[in-house]
Design a binder for this molecule. Sequence first.
Ligand code: FAD
Ligand code: DLZ
Ligand code: SF4
Length: 529
Amino acid sequence: MHWAVSGRAHENEAAMTTQTLIPVLGDQLSLDLASLVASDPATSRVLMVEAEEEATYVRHHKKKIAFVFSAMRHFAEELRGLGWQVDYVRLDDPGNTGSFTGEVKRAATRLKPDAIRVTEPGEWRVLEAMRRWERETGVPVEMLEDDRFLCTHGQFAEWADGRKQLRMEYFYREMRRETGLLMEDGEPAGGQWNYDHDNRKPAGRDLSMPKPFRVEPDEITKDVLALVETRFGDHFGALEPFGFPVTRQDAVRALDGFIETSLARFGDFQDAMLVGEPLLYHSLLSPCLNVGLLSPLEVCRRVEQAWKAGGVPINAAEGFIRQIIGWREYVRGIYWRFMPDYVTRNALGADKSLPDFYWTGETDMACLRAAITQTRDEAYAHHIQRLMVTGNFAMLAGVDPHAVHAWYLAVYADAFEWVELPNTLGMSQFADGGLLGSKPYAASGNYINKMSDYCAGCRYDVKEKTGEGACPFNPLYWNFLVRNEDRLRGNPRMRQMYSTWDRMAGDRKDGYRQAAAAVLDALESGRRI
Ligand code: FAD
Ligand code: DLZ
Ligand code: SF4
């Protein structure tokens, strides 16, 4: 494809013959974006900006920056092909002010539009900035709701209002009824809403793994890779090999590939982890979904079709669809309902620093090493690695949830705050005090051993409870329960854990306390564990 977008060309153009300026952000790369649908290409100008601030307000993984920039450049080309006028400001264009607001102001001065029409952003920080655009540019700003989601803000509020508990499962059932997905005569297909109990099988080495779908970088992507290396070379992560889909066409191919090779086993092995297998049967579609190259409903309809055609069991189709119309929509609802206060929450008062090995992978704990080095190389880890390995360890070690949030937001290609924050702060760190999850996802080494083959290659012994060679998760788990007893003992779902602790002999408890203190001390003083 010929790359013809130039930031300079527009500098010499006369003021706009058009009336409406349409800023399109890096996660708004959909032709059915509300602000595009509401506008006429003949009287509008699209503005897309590679903004230094967006790449550095947290220091994003190099692969994530490359993914967003390349997808943006391809989308600009696609829009042009459809007759839109696009002002595309590249990162290294002279005069690029480095921020959305700076570039909207510059475009307003240059083009003198009558109106700015924008689709609401996916982040509170950007929403606040947009709310100032009218005052700062003197041009009226119209902000449209982002209707690429299945549940509107109004529908979520209607569902949430007056409920004591906002449990995902009930929200999900509403979404099933609303969309008709996997519904038969008003009842859930197969007679159950949720087949999660079938989805907890550990994976064995005998399973054949699908080859991850990768796209060879084209000229546009190669240019972006060079730019990212030059400008963000000191950010976390490996830039190459780069294989993310960056066009709608390739994203659809990735979806086809997932349905063909992985979906049938997605359910059974959803929670499994294997050394050297970053993906197992997961889809790796979240980056494409989150920037808008795929729509959540189309993905779910395709999965439903595959189930109807046979060959895909109901636990796989239901499990997958629940992640998207359930979790994905639900966390978005939580984000917008509870921001801006949500990000400040720290229900367990955790205040430790994030261990350095989250940035280097240099730890003897094989599970963390695997999850972190994979994150460094791929800008991807699957849900259980995020929740039960890196997230679980950070919570058990008492790491400040805001440091954990900043890490997750930076290191994953799919991380945008509306989805990352509730997953991190709420689901994985319990820092929202149980708004999102009814109990903390705290687990000892036993869980990781059951669901993975990490422990076999670890310097620590997962069966060892205390002592020098004991798996650090074991004492940290009990220490976590004791440290947060005031907060957690009353939780009915934690009763069994506390009664186990209560029945434990005093010297065993002391052993756990001492072992936990040793691990925490090592973390505090930066010694390798
Ligand atoms: P699959 O396992 O194939 O699942 C299919 C799709 O379901 C995903 O593509 C995703 O769109 C959706 N999905 C699955 N679980 C969730 C969930 N809990 N919340 C929202 N959508 C979900 N997901 C993100 O998209 N962005 C994030 O920044 C993000 N941060 C996370 C941080 C933590 C601490 C945790 C525990 C989870 C986070 N998740 C996030 C959710 C989940 O881990 C990822 O969506 C998933 O790993 C993406 O990989 P996949 O596409 O292969 O997913
Ligand atoms: C994540 C990201 C990055 C790294 N860079 C840009 C960018 O240069 N230009 C842009 O429009 N969007 C970028 N994004 C995505 C934005 O951060 C995202 O649109 C906001 O956080 C709102 O969700
Ligand atoms: Fe992780 Fe503990 Fe297993 Fe090592 S023994 S891989 S630290 S769970």
